[in-house]
Design a protein around this ligand. Structure first.
Ligand SMILES: Nc1ncnc2c1ncn2[C@@H]1O[C@H](COP(=O)(O)OP(=O)(O)OP(=O)(O)O)[C@@H](O)[C@H]1O
Ligand SMILES: [Mg+2]
Length: 283
């Protein structure tokens, strides 16, 4: 679906502020999988994903999305934009319609779809994000809570019905409950819709729980990749990239280091099961 090979990106090229943000990134996103991208602040994540839907075009390296070679001047960028929906960091800052329904409908309207299809897409996208269509479509956007506004903004991208949805820190800055709720919605997109997802996040638990494969970006390069278990299992390599495994995994690892016979765990659920098994034996 997305194939990137030896991609380089330099901001402000040829000025004293020249900054290499991507240095030879190679990565792929297969149909139907959830790919997590992690990396400390400034490692190049947001820069990289702008290549996924043709917002940026490669000057050095290859980017092929849904069969379109974005390095070619004749590439069908419109087709790439339709295939890949990109939700920016803090997408709610780009909500500008007065009514929620209008905001979610903005993209489909620009596609000049028939009225009933726009309505169905808006309904589906809002319900999928956990916003009741009937309750929220006529609400003023400024009356929504932060979490609701985030969901409305994501619904706007979803309403374009992309084959791939790219989420840049979808749950950052939300309270724990909204975060859990939004994560469950993302899980549903994966499990029920079989949607191809790219998830950029600073939340390691979230990435471990949702991703099939993970890439670690460090100073503009991929420093590790593999299954969540492989990537988070290599604590030394993660530390070199300024990251650490999910906290639940760290607790279990510390107990193991102290000699407790507890099974390895990655996510909070796995840690709970592993610790319950240990406690069961001592009851
Ligand atoms: N428009 C720009 N002009 C110049 N430098 C930029 C620009 N946008 C980003 N950068 C620099 O490029 C590097 C990578 O930025 P990017 O936004 O891709 O990082 P990130 O991994 O998404 O970080 P975060 O986790 O904080 O969102 C950073 O050092 C950043 O300062
Ligand atoms: Mg970013």
């Amino acid at each position: 679906m997305i194939e990137i090979e030896d991609l380089w990106h330099t901001y402000m090229l040829g000025t004293p502020f020249e900054h290499p943000a991507l240095r030879g990134v190679t990565l792929r996103v297969n149909d139907g999988e959830v790919v997590g991208i992690i990396g400390h602040t400034g490692s190049g994540k947001s820069t990289l994903i702008q290549y996924f839907n043709g917002l940026m075009r490669p000057t050095r390296g290859r980017v092929i999305v849904a069969g379109h070679d974005l390095g070619s001047p004749r590439a069908d960028v419109a087709a790439v934009r339709r295939a890949v929906g990109l939700a920016f960091q803090e997408p709610e800052t780009q909500v500008f319609e007065r009514l929620v329904g209008d905001d979610v409908a903005y993209g489909p309207r620009r596609l000049r779809l028939p009225f009933h299809e726009i309505r169905e897409r808006v309904r589906w996208a809002m319900e999928t994000m956990g916003l009741s269509f009937e309750t929220f479509k006529d609400r003023y956007t400024f009356t929504l809570s932060g979490g609701e506004l985030r969901k409305a903004a994501l619904a706007g991208v979803l309403a374009l019905r992309p084959r791939v949805l790219v989420l840049d820190e979808p749950t950052s800055g939300l309270d724990p409950r909204s975060r859990d709720d939004l994560r469950a919605r993302i899980e549903e997109l994966r499990d029920r819709e079989g949607m191809t997802l790219v998830l950029v996040s600073h939340d390691m638990e979230e990435v471990a729980r949702l991703s099939d494969r993970v890439y670690v970006l460090h100073d503009g390069s991929v420093s590790a990749s593999g299954s969540p278990r492989e990537v988070f299992g290599d604590a030394a390599r993660l530390a070199a990239a300024g990251l650490a495994p999910p906290e639940a995994a760290q607790v279990v690892q510390r107990l193991r280091d102290r000699g407790y016979p507890v099974r390895e765990a990655l996510t909070l659920d796995e840690a709970e099961t592993a610790l319950a098994a240990l406690l069961e034996r001592t009851r």
